[in-house]
Design a protein around this ligand. Structure first.
Ligand code: SF4
Length: 370
């Protein structure tokens, strides 16, 4: 099913988010457009340059810290529910980018949320987390400069959640997250603890902190910024900043990648499955080759174009050429799918080779027995 342009935007970190129109988010949710800041960023990431990061809250504060070479932090995380896929890969690349720009780096394994939201027992999420951390290290995160922790084991985060819960009413939780079980409200408080952890005295005290996330996570940011405001006097918190990236579509063209619809692949699926999913993907192509040559395709709605844009075509000139060749009917979908399969399988093979070298280190970081 394709997104309905008339549908209202829904941002639900615990459910399905629908973004009918990214422009509307500026008005509806008070998110600032990222584009006006782009020229001020000295080393913009791939996602910033391509407009995939489209919005922010208080990114100026991070920009200022980077320009003056002052201390700032980046925090991101993963819900250990399964293998790395193209969505989690995006967040991983963003945190690595900010680490390379000098950010103190924090990475949270959201095992409490995996338990509350996805019913994943801690013994299981522990194993998944090892795999996720090995992925992260293979992608280039420097473990020596990163504090990686599990929510369930980080007492400071849990303590913050207890403290933060006091001024929050049930009505507030319902207004932000809808009617949910108490465990999910608890995991939202814990996530506020994660986001503000880098500002505790143990980590050098208050500092600008950037949280790079998909737009579906904005309710957590609004909630945490409100908490930070409430506890400003006690902890001297600086309101955390965020950047927002667009959400990737499913390979069937539906608005979200979903396990149930099997409309995506992970970095650990077999080459055959990856090739099959890409081959069977929806495209923005025409019904016949003749029509495609005459009228061109529609890359704007095409998940094949999107996975190239978001991940597998590094060179900006090359992605512009793909867009142009699609629009003018020079590039055909069959040929483009084949090229994309080759690119993805090449990346995945190399990634798996590197990842093998990091599994033991990942276990050590998570303080698990070898
Ligand atoms: S040529 Fe490529 S980008 Fe264009 S519609 Fe076909 S698959 Fe999508």
């Amino acid at each position: 099913m394709l997104p309905d342009p008339d549908k209202k935007t829904v941002l639900d970190p615990f459910g399905t988010s629908v973004v009918a129109d990214y422009e509307r988010l500026y008005k509806e949710f008070g998110i600032e457009p990222f584009n006006p800041l782009l020229s001020k960023v000295s080393n913009p990431s791939f996602y910033m340059r391509r407009g995939i990061i489209f919005g922010h809250r208080d990114f100026d504060r991070i920009l200022n810290a980077m320009q003056k070479q002052e201390e700032f932090a980046v925090l991101s995380g993963i819900k250990p529910t399964g293998e790395f896929h193209l969505g989690t890969l995006m967040t991983a690349k963003e945190i690595i980018h900010f680490q390379k720009q000098g950010a103190k780096t924090f990475y949270c394994i959201a095992d409490v949320e995996a338990y509350e939201d996805n019913k994943i027992p801690f013994e299981k999420s522990e194993k998944i987390a090892v795999d996720n951390v090995a992925d992260l290290l293979a992608l280039g995160l420097n473990p020596k400069k990163t504090y990686i922790y599990r929510q369930s084991k980080e007492t400071r985060v849990k303590d913050l959640a207890i403290i933060f819960g006091r001024p929050v009413t049930l009505a507030t939780m319902k207004a932000i997250y809808g009617e949910r079980h108490i465990g999910l409200y608890l995991s939202a408080l814990i996530q506020a603890g994660d986001i503000l952890l880098p500002q505790l005295e143990d980590f050098g005290g208050p500092k600008p902190t950037i949280i790079p996330v998909g737009i579906d996570q904005d309710p957590h940011m609004r909630f945490t910024r409100d908490i930070a405001q409430k506890f400003r006097r006690k902890y001297k918190f600086i309101l955390p900043s965020s950047t927002y990236h667009k959400l990737m579509k499913g390979l069937d063209g539906s608005p979200k990648m979903s396990k149930r619809q099997m409309n995506y692949f992970t970095l650990h699926d077999s080459p055959e499955i990856i090739a099959e999913r890409i081959s069977n993907a929806f495209t923005g192509g025409r019904a016949t080759i003749k029509e495609q040559h005459e009228l061109g395709g529609t890359p704007e709605i095409c998940p094949i174009y999107e996975i190239c844009l978001f991940h597998f075509v590094e060179d900006d000139d090359e992605i512009v050429k793909i867009y142009h060749d699609c629009k003018t009917g020079t590039l055909l979908c069959g040929e483009h799918k084949k090229q994309t399969i080759d690119r993805v399988l090449g990346f995945v093979k190399e990634h798996r080779r590197k990842k093998k070298m990091f599994t033991d280190e990942a276990r050590k970081i998570l303080q698990l027995e070898q």
